[in-house]
Design a protein around this ligand. Structure first.
Ligand code: ZN
Length: 199
């Protein structure tokens, strides 16, 4: 029996489509939102629409930003000859939280995953190659996750860059296998970064 009515069910259905949100949590959130003061609910809805409308990729590193170029790429305090390749903006944020990495990033937005039909052309790899042709780079640190796909993508990039002579390193495998970089504490991330090896 439809106990809530269409509007509430629609909200619950939308919320339960978010990652990590099961049916019960979706219901709890839906009722929380319904009971919010109207201006707060509107602020939430506006924030979602604004983020979706205004957020774009940084023209250099492809992280998400509301500017043409993200604050990291635009900073003169960062070492632009050191590029760390990460899978997602969340991984970038994890390394930024350590406050010890002074290079810049390149965000792939995924890894090569044939099982899911994600090929070389589906991630920002071409963009990395174009960037490396224009930018003077001393070292490229490949910090994709240590999942099978993350490792395979790291190997693919290192082979691709061999002829360029750019030093390519891989973060140490102190990062748990299959571990999501985002969930790993800062000490472990720093250890993985400092223990990186040339590949
Ligand atoms: Zn950037």
């Amino acid at each position: 029996m439809d106990v809530y009515g269409g509007q509430v069910n629609k909200l619950i259905a939308e919320l339960s489509g978010l990652p990590g949100i099961g049916g019960k949590t979706a219901q709890r959130l839906a009722f929380y939102i319904i009971n919010m003061p109207e201006d707060r609910a509107k602020n939430l809805a506006d924030a979602i629409v604004d983020a979706k409308t205004n957020i774009k990729y940084c023209k250099t590193c492809y992280t998400i930003t509301d500017r043409e170029e993200c604050p990291i790429c635009a900073s003169e305090k960062r070492n632009h000859k050191l590029i760390m390749v990460v899978e997602s903006p969340r991984d970038l944020a994890a390394y930024e939280r350590t406050a010890r990495y002074d290079g810049v990033y390149h965000v792939l937005h995924g890894v090569i995953n044939p099982a899911l039909g994600i090929g070389v052309g589906d991630i920002k790899l071409k963009e990395l190659i174009v960037r490396l042709e224009k930018q003077d780079v001393e070292e490229l640190i490949i910090a994709t996750n240590s999942s099978v796909e993350g490792e395979a993508t790291a190997m693919y990039i290192s082979k691709l860059l061999k002829p360029s002579g750019i030093k390519t390193t891989r973060i140490a495998s102190g990062v748990p296998v299959g571990g999501d970089l985002e969930c790993i504490d800062e000490v472990t991330l720093l250890r993985a970064l400092e223990g990186r090896i040339t590949i």
